[in-house]
Design a binder for this molecule. Structure first.
Ligand SMILES: [Fe+2]
Length: 204
């Protein structure tokens, strides 16, 4: 029986022990990086819709999924999507703006980990987080993804798609605002943080 969040996320995305992944990547099918990022955004929007309409006492059931989906998605973008774009166009200002937004979201997420999901303090932070993340996702869909499509002949979108899905499997499942957000630091440090986070998820 799917949870409300899973039902709203839809069939294109599947929940696994390591978080939400695109169903295509599980079957080994090739996936376009643009579609993979959009699928993550749909998942994240659906999880926000679920948690913001839940009763305070029920928020804690959705929160771990939202937290890990955001943490994993942002790191995979930082490892695969942004560096690819840096190589092909003078998109530095757009990328820098998105990285700054991801840093702010990581700091807010990290602070929210210490809050009771049923509290008013958490609800206020959640409202702030939702506004920031949805604006960030919109900016990516308006600036970052179209640039990838524009340079279709230079970039291999399916190869990027599989690298993106692989990066998600090794990405930390909790925010680490003080960890590097650019390669090589995030590539080298990611698996260690991933291991520590999985241990924490299992013990928590
Ligand atoms: Fe994104």
């Amino acid at each position: 029986m799917p949870t409300a969040a899973e039902a709203s996320v839809g069939a294109a995305v599947t929940r696994t022990p390591r978080g939400y992944v695109t169903a295509m990547s599980l079957t080994g099918d090739e996936i376009d990086v643009v579609e993979a990022v959009k699928a993550d955004h749909r998942t994240i929007r659906a999880l926000f819709a679920t948690i913001t309409t839940a009763l305070p006492g029920d928020r804690g059931r959705v929160w771990p999924d939202l937290l890990s989906s955001l943490a994993v998605h942002e790191v995979a973008e930082e490892i695969v999507v942004f560096p690819a774009l840096r190589m092909i166009e003078q998109g530095e200002p757009a990328i820098e703006a998105r990285l700054a937004e991801q840093q702010q979201a990581a700091e807010l997420l990290s602070a929210m980990e210490d809050m009771d999901p049923g509290s008013d303090q958490f609800a206020a932070a959640l409202g702030e987080l939702e506004a920031a993340v949805l604006a960030h996702a919109r900016a990516e869909e308006e600036e970052i993804l179209p640039a990838i499509v524009r340079f279709d002949d230079t970039l291999d979108r399916t190869s990027l798609g599989s690298r993106y899905e692989t990066a998600k499997l090794r990405a930390p499942t909790h925010p680490h605002p003080h960890a590097p957000h650019t390669p090589p630091g995030n590539v080298l440090g990611g698996p260690v943080l991933h291991f520590m986070d999985r241990l924490r998820d299992r013990l928590g």
